[in-house]
Design a protein around this ligand. Structure first.
Ligand code: F6R
Length: 612
C-alpha cells in the first residue's frame, strides 16, 4: 500500500515521477504528491485524490528539478486530505520524506516531540518519524544518513522511506523494512520505486533493497549500508519484464485486459513445465526439494484474500491426489495465534504481489520454527519469493487491476501441477489418472479462450442484475472456493453485498435471505455432486430466488431451472475451477463498469497490502 517513486540524475524529475506514480496508483489513490529540489530549494506539492488531480493542479507551475520524490497514498493514519498527503516537510522545512508502511510506536515518539515543542501539520505517523529524524540530526549535529539510522533503531513497524534535503541537493536517502524498494541503475541517474513498473522504460538493471538496509543514492553513485553502518554490495539483477505488460494495450481497464490475457498467462505458466505427450511435469522448485515435500506430515497453506481461495482449492486437490493433510490459514490469523509449526512442516505461501505484510510476517515466524517454505508467487524478486526456501512463479506478468484475476488462475495452475508432481513421486496417483489430468491441464488455455469468446453473454446477465443489492454465490467441492471468489470479486468492484457459501450450507441460515430480489449464482458444473446442487437450485427456485448458473455444456437439466445460465467446456472436476472462475470475473467486471465504478481502482482498496 502506498506507492513511492524517486529520481536523481540529469533529466527533469517531475515527468518521470508523475508517470511512475500513475503506474503505482494500484497501491493507493487517496492522495498524491511530489517534493522537488531545485538549486537547493525544496518545494512540496500535494493533493487529495488521484494522481490526475495532482497533475491538473500543477499545470503552469515551474517544476524544474533534477531530483525529487513522489508518493501515492493509501490512508492509514489520518483521513485522505491535502494535509495528510505525502511528501511531508520536517519542522524546519529542510527535509522532505515519503513513507510506505506504518510506524506502530508513533504515538510515543510524537508525545516526546510534543514535549519538546514540536508542532505537527498532519495526523500521520510519517510526519512524526520525519520530525524525529530532524530532531536527532539537530541534537547530534550529524548527517541525515546517521540521524535516519539512529531513528530507525527506535521505531517499530514497517517502512520504506525516501528523503531529500536542501543541504544535500543531489542525494536521496532510502531505507526499508517490510515494504518494498527497487532501485533502477541508469547512466548518471538512479530511479527508486515500490516496484519495477516506474523504472522499466529507463533501465533493466535493478537492485532489490533488503530489509534493514539504507541506500544513499546520487546520480552516479549507489551506496548500500546496513543499519550498523557497514557497506553492503548491491546485487544487480536484470528485469525480465516488457513495457507493454504494464500498459492497457487498447483495453478500457487493466482488469478486463488481465481477464482476457488468461489464455496466454496460463499457457506461459504451464510452458516448459508440463508436457502431456511425454507424460511429465518438471518443476525445479519441487524436483530439487522432493525430500521435504514427500515426507511432509502435513502442509499448511498461508495466504490472504483471493490467494487464500486458491489455497482452499489446493487443499482439496492435494488431499485428494497426494493424501497429505492440508490446513489453509489466513496469514493474519496464523501470525497472531500460536500455531504448532515444527521442523519439517511444509508451508505453501501463495501471493500475487509477494509483499502482503501478513503473509510475509507469518512466513518469517514459521521459518524461525524450522518450517520449509514453498512460495507460489507472481511478482518476481518480491519479498515472499526471496524468503521462500523454494518455489514456483506463476508467470502471469504484472497484475495491475486491483482485483486479482490472472494471478489467481496462474496460482491454480501452479498448485495443480505441484499436486500432480508430488502425487506422482509419492505413488498416490495411478498413471492413467496422472496422464489424463496432464491432458486436462494442457487444454485449459484453449478452453479459457472459448469462454472469453462468449463474454457478451455474461455482459447481458450483468445488465439484468446490476441493480441487485445482494448476491449469493453457491458451489460444492472444488467449486466452493470459486463461490467465495465470485462473491469477493463482485463486492470489491461493484460494491454490491455478496456472500459465498458451500451450496449445502445454504440451508443452515442463508436461505432466509432468499426472495424474488436475490440473485443466486450457482457453480453447477458436471461433477459427482451435480444432482445435489440441482436439488439446491430447486430449493432456491421454490423460494422465488433468481438463479444464474455456471454449467457444463450439454447439461440439459440446469437450464430448465435457471433464470440465466452460462456454459463452460467439459472439464475434469479438478481443473474445472480455472474455468468456472472466468465467467464470475467477467460478471463482476461488467456489473462494476455498468455501475460506473472505476474497477481498476475501487474505493478503499489497494493492490498490495503492505500494512497489517
Ligand atoms: C482480491 C485481491 C486480494 C488479494 C490479497 C492478497 O481481488 O486481490 O484479496 O488477493 O490482498 O494479495 P497477494 O496475493 O498479493 O498476497
Amino acid at each position: 500500500m502506498c506507492g513511492i517513486v524517486g529520481y536523481t540524475g540529469t533529466k527533469q524529475a517531475y515527468p518521470i515521477i508523475l508517470k511512475g506514480l500513475k503506474r503505482l496508483e494500484y497501491r493507493g489513490y487517496d492522495s498524491s504528491g511530489v517534493a522537488l529540489l531545485n538549486n537547493g530549494e525544496l518545494n512540496v506539492y500535494k493533493k487529495k485524490g488521484k494522481v490526475a488531480e495532482l497533475e491538473e493542479s500543477l499545470v503552469g507551475i515551474n517544476l524544474d528539478a533534477q531530483i525529487g520524490i513522489g508518493h501515492t497514498r493509501w490512508a492509514t493514519h489520518g483521513e485522505p486530505s491535502d494535509r495528510n498527503a505525502h511528501p511531508h516537510l520536517s519542522s524546519n522545512g529542510k527535509i522532505s520524506m515519503i513513507h510506505n508502511g506504518i510506524i506502530e510506536n508513533y504515538a510515543l515518539i510524537k508525545q516526546e516531540l510534543l514535549n519538546k515543542g514540536y508542532q505537527f501539520k498532519s495526523d500521520t505517523d510519517t510526519e512524526v518519524l520525519l520530525n524525529f529524524i530532524e530532531d536527532i540530526k539537530n541534537n547530534n549535529d550529524c548527517k541525515l544518513e546517521e540521524a535516519i539510522r539512529i531513528a530507525l533503531k527506535r521505531v517499530s513497524g514497517a517502512y520504506c522511506i525516501l528523503l531529500i534535503e536542501e543541504d544535500n541537493p543531489d542525494t536521496i536517502i532510502a531505507a526499508r523494512k517490510g515494504s518494498p524498494l527497487v532501485i533502477g541503475i541508469g547512466k548518471g541517474e538512479h530511479f527508486l520505486a515500490s516496484d519495477a513498473s516506474p523504472i522499466i522504460e529507463y533501465t533493466k538493471e535493478v537492485v532489490y533493497v533488503n530489509d534493514y538496509e539504507l541506500a544513499i543514492v546520487k546520480p552516479d553513485e549507489l551506496i548500500l549500508k546496513n543499519l550498523g553502518n557497514e557497506k553492503v554490495t548491491p546485487y544487480i539483477t536484470k528485469l525480465d519484464m516488457e513495457l507493454a505488460a504494464i500498459e492497457k494495450g487498447g483495453y478500457d481497464h487493466f482488469m478486463i485486459k488481465e481477464i482476457f490475457e488468461q489464455p496466454s498467462t496460463i499457457y506461459d505458466c504451464l510452458r516448459g513445465r508440463l508436457d502431456a505427450k511425454e507424460g511429465y511435469i518438471k518443476m525445479s522448485g519441487i524436483d530439487l526439494h522432493t525430500e521435504q515435500l514427500l515426507n511432509a506430515n502435513r502442509i499448511m497453506i498461508v495466504a490472504c484474500g483471493t490467494s487464500w481461495h486458491a489455497g482452499l482449492i489446493a487443499e482439496y486437490i492435494i488431499e485428494e491426489l497426494c493424501r497429505i493433510p492440508v490446513e489453509v490459514e489466513y496469514a493474519s490469523e496464523f501470525r497472531y495465534r500460536n500455531p504448532i509449526v515444527n521442523k519439517g512442516d511444509v508451508i505453501i505461501a501463495i501471493s500475487q504481489s509477494g509483499e502482503t505484510a501478513d503473509t510475509l510476517v507469518a512466513l518469517e515466524k514459521a521459518k524461525e520454527n524450522g518450517a520449509f517454505i514453498f512460495g507460489v508467487v507472481n511478482a518476481v524478486g518480491s519479498s515472499i519469493a526471496r524468503i521462500s526456501n523454494a518455489g514456483a512463479y506463476t508467470h502471469a506478468g504484472p497484475e495491475i487491476g486491483v482485483a486479482s484475476t490472472k494471478a489467481f488462475t496462474g496460482q491454480l495452475a501452479v498448485l495443480m501441477m505441484m499436486a500432480l508432481n508430488i502425487a506422482k513421486h509419492k505413488g498416490t496417483i495411478t498413471n492413467d489418472r496422472y496422464n489424463q489430468l496432464l491432458v486436462e491441464l494442457e487444454q485449459i488455455p484453449e478452453k479459457v479462450d472459448s469462454i472469453l469468446k462468449n463474454a457478451e453473454e455474461i455482459k447481458k446477465i450483468a445488465e439484468k442484475y446490476k441493480d441487485a443489492t445482494d448476491f449469493l454465490f453457491l458451489g460444492r467441492g472444488y467449486n466452493f472456493p470459486i463461490a467465495l471468489e465470485g462473491a469477493l470479486k463482485l463486492k470489491e468492484i461493484s460494491y454490491i453485498h455478496a456472500e459465498g457459501y458451500p451450496a449445502a450450507e445454504m440451508k443452515h441460515g442463508p436461505i432466509a435471505l432468499v426472495d424474488e430480489n436475490l440473485p443466486v449464482v450457482f457453480i453447477a458444473t458436471n461433477d459427482p455432486y451435480h444432482e445435489k446442487i440441482v436439488s439446491n437450485m430447486q430449493e432456491i427456485k421454490a423460494r422465488k430466488g433468481k438463479i444464474i448458473s455456471i454449467i457444463t455444456e450439454g447439461d440439459k437439466v440446469s437450464p430448465t431451472i435457471s433464470n440465466d445460465y452460462f456454459e463452460i467446456p467439459m472439464a475434469d472436476e479438478i481443473v474445472a475451477p480455472i474455468l468456472t472462475v472466468i465467467p464470475l470475473q467477467l460478471l463482476s467486471y461488467y456489473v462494476g463498469t455498468l455501475k460506473g465504478i472505476d474497477v481498476d481502482k475501487p474505493r478503499n482498496l489497494a493492490k498490495s497490502v503492505t500494512v497489517e
